[in-house]
Design a protein around this ligand. Structure first.
Ligand code: UT7
Length: 329
C-alpha cells in the first residue's frame, strides 16, 4: 500500500479592514516610515477594531471561505488545531469556540502554542493524524489578534505586529503529494527575550502586573534577530539537505514574516532567487501564527501541482522549524 501523506487541499485567509500605516504610527510613537521600512520591510498592518471581537472572529471568515472553496460542510471536519498566541481566553480553547461559531459539530480540537512557529508545528501535528489513517479532514488554523497584546506606546514592538488569520485543510494523499518532511526545534532558554510576562501561572494578573505593562508582548529585538536569522536559515537548509533538494528544485520559499532582512538571509542560505520568495510583510506586518497561511492563501493561484514548497519559521520560545511540502493541486 502507498504511504499516506497529509496534503493541503484548500487554503484561505482573512485580514480585518482597518489599515494601520507607518504614517499613523508616527503620530503615536517616536518613529518614522524610513526607519520601519529599512529595518523591517513593513509599510502597514491590519487591525481588528470593534468591541467584543477576538482571534476566533478573524478565523470564522477564513474557515467559512475555505469550506466553501473545498465544497464541504463544517460537519465534515474531524479535528481543528488552532495555532495562536492570542487565544480568545486562556481557556477554553479557541479551537472549541471556532468549532461552535462555524458549526463544526463533529470536530474535536485544541489550541497549539508555539508563537510564530505555531502554524508549521500545527501542520506537522495535524499531518500525523492523517498519516496514521485515523482522520481524513483536519483543519489547521493560524491566527492572532496581536493588537490585543501590543503596547502602542512601545515603539520596539508596536511597529511590527498586525492582526490576521489563515487556515489550511489537510486530507490524505497516496500519490506522493503533501507534507513530506519537517524539522522542528525548541529552545526554552530563549524565553526571556520574547514573551508576555504576566497573565500565566507564574505571574497571575494583579494591579502591579498591569501597572508594569506585563500583559503586553515584550521583545529584545536585537537578540531575537540574531537567533532568528541563523536558526531559520539553518533549518531551511537542513530540510533541503535531508530531501536532496537543490535550490532549483524549490518552487517557493514560504517564510514567516517577521523581518524582511531575516527572510532575505534565509533565501540566500538556500540559494533561492527572490522571485520564489513569498513576501507580504509590507502589507500585513508580523501576524505571528497568521503569516504563513496568509502567504499560502495569497499565492495559492500561482502554485502548481507538484511544486516543492519550503516553509520556514522562527518565534518566541524560542521555536523554529522548516517543512517540505509537495503541493497537491
Ligand atoms: O516573529 C517572531 C520573531 N521575531 C523576530 O524575528 C524579530 C527580530 N528582530 C527584529 O526584527 C529587529 O531586531 C527589530 C526590527 C525589532 C529592531 O531592529 P534593529 O535593527 O535590531 O534595531 P535595534 O532594536 O537594535 O534598535 C536600533 C536603534 C535604537 O536606537 P539607539 O540605541 O541605536 O540610539 C533603538 O532605540 O533604533 C531605535 N529604535 C527605533 N527607532 C525608530 C527602536 N525601535 C524604533 C522605532 N523607530 N520603531
Amino acid at each position: 500500500m502507498q504511504k499516506i501523506h497529509a496534503a493541503i487541499t484548500a487554503v484561505n485567509g482573512y485580514v480585518p479592514d482597518y489599515v494601520l500605516t507607518n504614517q499613523e504610527l508616527e503620530t503615536m510613537v517616536d518613529t518614522n516610515d524610513e526607519w520601519i521600512t529599512s529595518r523591517t520591510g513593513i509599510k502597514e498592518r491590519r487591525i481588528l477594531k470593534g468591541e467584543g471581537l477576538a482571534t476566533s472572529d478573524l478565523a470564522v471568515p477564513a474557515v467559512k471561505g475555505l469550506l466553501e472553496k473545498r465544497g464541504i460542510s463544517a460537519e465534515e471536519i474531524e479535528l481543528i488545531i488552532f495555532c495562536t498566541t492570542t487565544p480568545d481566553m486562556p481557556f477554553p480553547a479557541t479551537a472549541n469556540i471556532l468549532a461552535d461559531k462555524v458549526g463544526a459539530k463533529n470536530a474535536w480540537g485544541y489550541d497549539l502554542q508555539a508563537a510564530c512557529s505555531g502554524f508549521v508545528f500545527g501542520l506537522a501535528t495535524g499531518a500525523s493524524f492523517i498519516e496514521s489513517g485515523r482522520y481524513k479532514k483536519v483543519l489547521v488554523v493560524g491566527g492572532d489578534k496581536m493588537s490585543s497584546i501590543i503596547n502602542y506606546q512601545d515603539r520596539a514592538t508596536c511597529i511590527i505586529f498586525g492582526d490576521g488569520c489563515g487556515c489550511a485543510l489537510l486530507e490524505p494523499n497516496t500519490e506522493g503529494f503533501g507534507i513530506l518532511d519537517s524539522v522542528l526545534k525548541t529552545d526554552g532558554s530563549g524565553r526571556e527575550f520574547l514573551n508576555m510576562k504576566a497573565g500565566g501561572s507564574l505571574h497571575p494578573a494583579t494591579h502591579a502586573t498591569v501597572d508594569a505593562n506585563e500583559h503586553y508582548a515584550y521583545q529584545e529585538g536585537k537578540t531575537v534577530f540574531k537567533f532568528a536569522v541563523t536558526n531559520m536559515a539553518d533549518v531551511a537548509a537542513e530540510v533541503m539537505e535531508r530531501n536532496s533538494l537543490q535550490s532549483d528544485d524549490v518552487a517557493w520559499l514560504v517564510p514567516h514574516q517577521a523581518n524582511k532582512r531575516i527572510i532575505d538571509a534565509t533565501a540566500n542560505r538556500m540559494g533561492v532567487n527572490s522571485d520564489k520568495v513569498i513576501i507580504n510583510i509590507e502589507r500585513f506586518g508580523n501576524t505571528t501564527n497568521g503569516t504563513i497561511p496568509l502567504c499560502l492563501w495569497e499565492w495559492e493561484s500561482k502554485f502548481k501541482k507538484g511544486d516543492n514548497l519550503v516553509l520556514a519559521a522562527f518565534g518566541g520560545g524560542f521555536t523554529w522549524g522548516a517543512m517540505y511540502i509537495k503541493w497537491a493541486y
